[in-house]
Design a protein around this ligand. Structure first.
Ligand code: UDP
Length: 479
């Protein structure tokens, strides 16, 4: 294959969930998986998206598919490729569906031509792989334009959109009108929230499936204090030396051992924070809608009020050279750095901009795991958010959260119980206030963290996600 890249998927036993599910829940999951496997014994389930690294979809697919493969289901993952101008158009579209204008370029016929030219090459290759009866799940706006070319294949098509906006505006309408011609004949759509379903997809053809995390993945599995400490010192995120019994090790999703060897590239003025200093952490792609600049300004405001104690802020994202479908990364990181330079020296000393290595996705996941687990407070001050897996990840790790009350974050955090919600994501004073409140109260932090973990256990596990996919299949049986 030249256009499409196939990502190798491992095999994971669903039975590992018996650690955290009741016997009845486990039995139901296994029963359902076996029935689905029987139903799909001759079919392939294709998942297609636009990046193997970075972002929520790339995070979810390998785990979910690995569980289905353990039942003999031939689940595969393909990544489309395209020129930078294709990803410029799709990023513009991504912003539009979130209700934002992005780089402001028009979503006109020229944009359609760029979009279609790249997808035509991918579709040609893909059409030769797909057989009648296969299931094809196209993820997000980047792949929607493959749908028309697959119409005659006899495959069951699903378009799953992981982003959306609770309310409509001109941008949102422009985004949907761009996609309309590609999606018209798709029989099933999947959205993360009811309020994201646009009028054009709202004809009984849409299902709601809430995203999930894999609590056994390298990103989320438990980690010893020793490993957390060693990994953070080694990557340069906190000051050394490593603990006496240093442990750089982590376990890859396939069970094989790994060792963190690369360092993070950190923009900072002075020394790294010490291991005992409380860290306020946001982990995100370098995307304007994640508002890294706003986080920094809110933290700076808290410090200027003399209320941040010994806390440091770590803004962490992927090394911008490693994420192929996000052309904005470099520019956003440069903007964050510019704002950082404008901070007074005493505050700049406490703000660290970390680009995490992405050459090895599992190493990257282990670093994120260590950083999230070590955080005194995890923040996600997004201006818009489809769902926000970073929230779920931090909740599972019993971290207290301060996050904007936008999009799918509202489905995850019950304000004051399993985290704190910032009603207006642009309210810097409010943000600083919530941070100050939590920094001052370790008891509150523990209580919120404990409730957060329970919330994930009851709603956002991969097993629930797979059961909903199984239900989706029934639509094809009755078609
Ligand atoms: N992520 C990561 N390394 C990074 C930055 C982010 O692995 O340097 C992961 C993060 O842990 C989460 C995903 O990327 O699993 C982001 O998903 P989310 O739903 O929060 O946002 P999206 O990027 O899809 O908008």
């Amino acid at each position: 294959m030249t256009e499409l890249q196939e990502v190798r998927i491992g095999v994971q036993p669903l039975e590992r969930f018996s650690e955290i599910l009741s016997r009845e829940q486990m039995a139901k999951a296994v029963r359902t998986a076996r029935a689905v496997a029987q139903r799909l014994s001759k079919q392939v389930v294709w998942n297609v998206n636009s990046t193997a690294v970075g972002g929520g979809v790339a995070e979810m697919l390998p785990s979910l598919l690995a569980y289905t493969r353990s039942f003999g289901i031939d689940s595969r993952w393909l990544v489309i490729t395209g020129e930078p101008e294709f990803f410029r158009v799709t990023k513009r579209l991504h912003h539009a569906l979130h209700g934002a204008s992005g780089d402001g370029t028009p979503l006109d016929e020229k944009a359609h031509a760029i979009y279609e030219a790249a997808l035509r090459r991918n579709a040609l290759e893909f059409a030769s792989l797909v057989r009648e009866g296969d299931i094809v799940i196209l993820h997000d706006p980047q792949t929607a334009g493959l749908a028309p070319a697959l119409r005659s294949s006899g495959a069951h098509l699903v378009w799953r959109c992981h982003i959306g906006s609770d309310t409509s505006n001109e941008q949102v309408e422009e985004g949907w009108s761009f996609l309309q011609r590609y999606l018209e004949d798709v029989p099933v759509y999947v959205f993360s929230r009811e309020s994201y379903v646009p009028p054009m997809c709202d004809h009984g053809k849409s299902e709601i499936i809430t995203p999930s995390i894999d609590v056994f993945s390298t990103k989320n599995r438990s980690m010893s204090d020793n490993a957390i400490h060693t990994i953070l010192v080694h990557t340069g995120l906190v000051e050394g030396p490593p603990p006496p019994d240093a442990d750089h090790g982590f376990v890859r999703d396939d069970g094989t051992p790994g060792r963190v060897g690369r360092r993070a590239e950190v923009v900072r003025l002075g020394r790294p924070p010490s291991f005992d200093d409380p860290l306020v952490v946001q982990v995100s792609r370098w995307d304007p809608l994640k508002d890294m600049v706003g986080v920094m300004k809110g933290f700076a405001l808290l410090c200027s009020q003399g209320a941040c104690g010994k806390a440091h802020l770590v803004l962490a994202g992927p090394d911008v050279r490693g994420v192929s479908d996000d052309p904005e990364g470099q520019q956003v990181l440069a903007q964050v750095e510019q704002h950082w330079r404008d901070l007074p020296t005493s505050i700049r000393d406490r703000v660290h901009l970390a680009s995490l290595p992405t050459e090895d996705v599992y190493e990257n996941a282990a670093i994120v795991n260590a950083l999230q687990r070590h955080a005194a407070i995890v923040v996600q001050k997004s201006l818009r958010e489809g769902f926000g897996l970073t929230i779920t990840e931090a909740m599972w790790k019993e971290r207290p959260l301060v996050a904007s009350a936008v999009g799918g974050i509202n489905d995850q955090i019950e304000d004051g119980v399993s985290g704190l919600l910032l009603k207006d994501p642009e309210d810097l004073e409010g943000f600083a206030g919530l941070l100050g409140e939590l920094l001052a109260s370790p008891e509150r932090r523990s209580a919120l963290g404990a409730a957060a973990k329970e919330r994930v256990r009851s709603r956002f596990l991969g097993v629930d996600h797979l059961l909903k996919y199984a239900t989706l299949l029934e639509r094809f049986d009755s078609a």
